[in-house]
Design a protein around this ligand. Structure first.
Ligand code: AMP
Ligand code: GLY
Length: 428
């Protein structure tokens, strides 16, 4: 099978490694890729325009397209392939444009959840004309206040504020001053959920589904979850509190009604559903749906999948995922992300990296890296490289990650040293 994977992050590096292991994969192209993926597949730079991607897919006789990132899905890449006779036969892993609204519009996702009684925070949605009503609704909630831009806002559209004054000010900035551009034309205001987060991953053919290993990510730049939000500083899988009882609740109350809802509404969904949820006193509530895998969760989840992922993708395309037998490694896999100094604010790029070849018993997934003409690896982004390791315990896996992370050098290397610590506390 000839496969094209779209993306350039550590998530796609982890997916590419898994795809490459498959006996079904004869050729793997990755666009736009990064320096670490050169060893795995043929890295190409096709651009983001769908016509160019389809031309490439035809020229290279691609059988399967795997879309790493949400933007092309929300923009309708699956429909574009399906509606073009040249590419209609290609198995696209990723939902249709309409179904991708589950991530593309928070209001759509919330309405979907209320139609199927899927547990989520109480909410209301407001447009530009509704500023006064929105302020009234804020008064019915307890602090802190959660405001969400309806559309995609590069992961920055959720703002949580401690006081009603700040919440009102933010609401005006979003609705009246278009702080998030059109993504903030509508704002979802919702109740704050107090609990611990967990990321649950489902692969579906629209009818059947498999539940992949769950994970927890660490979003803030600072230790003990302080400072600005980032694209992710680390992850662990499995998550101690996501035991059989909890996951049964997730499946019964969230996953099944979600799949049934997609079917009832004729939403064509063949791909990943990433359910960001909050564990509130043992009960799961949906914070958000994403229509792709999570980053950096994927870097801890993919290595734990022992069965052939491309076989699962193939069955997704045939809508026969019920024939798949998922095999999971029950050890812990943890990920520590190395980032550039200053990230997520301004940072320098082009720093020479070294030490990667000294790393042992770990997986390195590149994010923002590039190779220069002499074959040196340079930093090329805020999040630079993920270090993932297995262990019989979370502590063992994390200790390995930190030991290997020491060996990698670049000027300004920054990392969080408390990945998994909150869960280790819970275990005690
Ligand atoms: P998102 O950008 O949608 O991933 O949301 C960013 C983060 O905001 C989530 O990962 C949660 O940590 C937090 N969050 C979103 N909604 C809520 C909520 N209703 N209650 C508490 N935290 C929330
Ligand atoms: N780790 C959260 C995300 O990928 O959105």
């Amino acid at each position: 099978m000839r496969i094209l994977l779209l993306g350039s992050g550590a998530r796609e590096h982890a997916m590419a490694s898994k795809i490459k292991q498959s006996r079904l994969c004869s050729q793997l192209y990755i666009s736009p890729a990064n320096a670490g993926m050169r060893e795995i597949g043929e890295c190409v730079s096709i651009g983001s325009d769908f016509e160019s991607i389809k031309d490439f897919a035809c020229k290279k006789e691609i059988d399967m397209l795997v879309v790493g990132n949400e933007q092309p899905l929300v923009d309708g890449i699956a429909d574009s392939f399906a509606n073009d006779e040249r590419t209609a036969h290609i198995n696209v892993i990723g939902p249709s444009k309409q179904a991708a609204m589950l991530e593309g519009s928070k209001d759509f996702a919330k309405e979907f959840m209320s139609r199927y009684s899927i547990p989520t925070a109480r909410y209301q949605t407001f447009g530009k004309q509704d500023l006064e009503e929105a302020k009234q609704f804020l008064k019915t909630l307890n602090p802190p206040y959660v405001l969400k831009a309806d559309g995609l806002a590069a992961g920055k559209g959720v703002v949580i504020l401690p006081s009603i004054q700040e919440a009102e000010r933010e609401l005006e900035a979003m609705l009246s001053q278009a702080k998030f551009g059109h993504a903030g034309d509508k704002v979802v205001i919702e109740e704050f959920l107090d609990g611990i987060e967990c990321s649950v991953f489902v692969l579906t053919d629209g009818k059947h589904y498999i539940v992949l290993p769950e994970a927890k990510d660490y979003k803030r730049i600072g230790e003990q979850d302080t400072g600005l939000n980032t694209g992710g500083m680390g992850s662990v899988s499995p998550v101690v509190f996501a035991d059989q009882d909890f996951m049964q609740k997730v499946e019964r109350r969230i996953i099944r009604p979600t799949i049934e809802g997609l079917q009832k509404e004729n939403l064509d969904y063949r791909g990943f559903i990433f359910i960001g949820l909050m564990n509130v006193s043992g009960d799961p509530y949906v914070i958000e749906y994403n229509v792709r895998m999570g980053d950096p969760e994927t870097e801890s989840v993919m290595p734990r999948i022992e069965s052939d992922l491309v076989e699962a993708f193939d069955l997704v395309g045939k809508r026969e995922l019920d024939k798949y037998s998922l095999k999971i490694n029950h050890d812990y896999c943890t990920t520590v992300m190395l980032v550039s100094k200053g990230y997520p604010e301004s940072y320098e790029k082009g720093k020479l990296m070294s030490g990667m070849s000294d790393c042992t018993d770990c997986m390195l997934f590149h994010a923002g890296t590039k190779a220069d003409e002499n074959g040196n690896i340079l930093t090329a982004g805020g999040r630079v490289i993920a270090v993932s390791c297995f262990g019989k315990t979370m502590q063992e896996a994390l200790a390995k990650c930190y030991a290997q992370a020491e060996k990698i050098q670049f000027e300004g290397k920054t990392l969080r040293r408390d990945i998994g610590k909150d869960l280790i506390q819970l275990q005690k």
